[in-house]
Design a protein around this ligand. Structure first.
Ligand code: MRU
Length: 341
């Protein structure tokens, strides 16, 4: 994401790794469309983009009804994707700033500053989480990890959540190899994670999602490390579809399972993962690849793009506030005792 004071550029993640195209955005509804269409994706990046979208909205206002215009744009942004709570967290932060503004010029300045602040805070949180995660990893000999989806610079304010930890392991020479699930159907693992790691020279092996059990059975992987889209008060975690299967596999193979996510991903207003709205996307995402039919026309499709991993399968949740071991409601409350709206 690049903020230019009067427009926002987003790297079109749908085209990676083949093409690097930056798309300019001047309105909140353009940003909402880019979130919905996956130009930008990943929970923290969705929240940051939405905050910039609100800043753009303020720039588009006229003297009459400027506050209502911004509120209407916030509603459009809120409807872009349902699962990652970072979107609603960021919009709430922006709403609080808007409430302090008496003029639209004040709103233009304060909302832009707030969006830049949200972006910077996320990057700082990523770096802090990488530090906390390393305190949990007691293996001294370099070890391999397996990850799912993309949780790197593309998905965040800059460094990455799970991929930030992996970057840090590499920097500390603790990392042997990263196995990256390709992550059907959007292929965030092959198109984005493998791209981010390869261009930094971090050893990565790409695997089909179905190969994860075979990889974990070999004993080389010590940790499965993933991000999150929403963590509820009992420590349940919504993340990219396939994460739950990985957690079951990890427990079976005695591989430890770590979730890395900033506080903006925690939703203490929901008691458990059963309450998380799970986004269902178009079945064509499974039936076609680049417009080529790969399934019978008209076949019934089930395409939830997130699943919920129960807290009981998670060894550690790492946030910038610290680590929750074997998460449950009391562990969550020690770090997050507020209830979010
Ligand atoms: O559908 P996506 O690509 O937005 O899903 C992304 C994920 O599930 C990530 O694992 C999650 O947002 C964490 S990103 C730091």
């Amino acid at each position: 994401m690049r903020w230019h004071d009067d427009f926002l550029e987003l790297l079109d993640q749908r085209l990676l790794p083949a093409d690097e195209v930056w798309l300019p955005h001047t309105t909140a509804s353009e940003v909402a469309t880019s979130i919905r269409n996956m130009v930008v994706r990943g929970a923290p990046a969705i929240g940051i983009s939405a905050a910039y979208g609100v800043a753009l909205s303020a720039l588009q206002t006229t003297d009459n009804g400027w506050k209502q215009m911004i509120e209407a744009d916030m509603q459009v942004l809120a409807e872009s994707r349902p699962t990652a709570v970072n979107l609603f967290w960021a919009l709430n932060r922006m709403r609080e700033v808007l409430a302090t503004c008496d003029t639209r010029h004040q709103a233009q300045r304060r909302l832009a500053e707030a969006a830049i602040g949200i972006h910077g805070d996320d990057l700082a949180a990523n770096l802090a989480m990488a530090g906390h995660a390393l305190t949990v990893m007691d293996d001294r000999a370099p070890f391999s990890v397996l990850t799912h989806c993309n949780t790197g610079a593309l998905a965040t304010g800059g460094y990455g959540t799970a991929l930030g930890v992996i970057r840090r392991l590499h920097e500390e020479k603790m990392l042997k190899r990263v196995y990256a699930d390709e992550t059907r159907p959007w292929l965030q693992g092959s198109r984005l994670t493998a791209w981010e790691l390869a261009r930094e020279g971090i050893p990565v092996t790409l695997n089909a999602d179905g190969a994860a059990a075979a990889i974990l059975s070999r004993g080389e992987v010590k940790w499965v490390i993933v991000g999150a889209d929403r963590i509820t008060a009992n420590g349940d975690v919504a993340n990219k579809i396939g994460t739950y299967s990985l957690a079951v596999l990890a427990r079976h193979h005695k591989v430890r399972f770590m979730v890395v996510a900033p506080a903006s991903t925690v939703d203490m207003s929901l008691e458990s993962g059963q309450e998380i709205p799970i986004e269902q996307r178009d079945g064509l995402e499974i039936c076609e690849i680049k417009g080529i039919q790969i399934a019978p026309v008209g076949v019934d499709v089930f395409n939830p793009v997130f699943d919920v991993t129960p807290a009981s399968l998670i060894d550690a949740i790492v946030t910038e506030r610290g680590v929750i071991h074997e998460p449950d409601i009391s562990g969550m409350r020690t770090l997050f005792n507020e209830r979010k709206p």
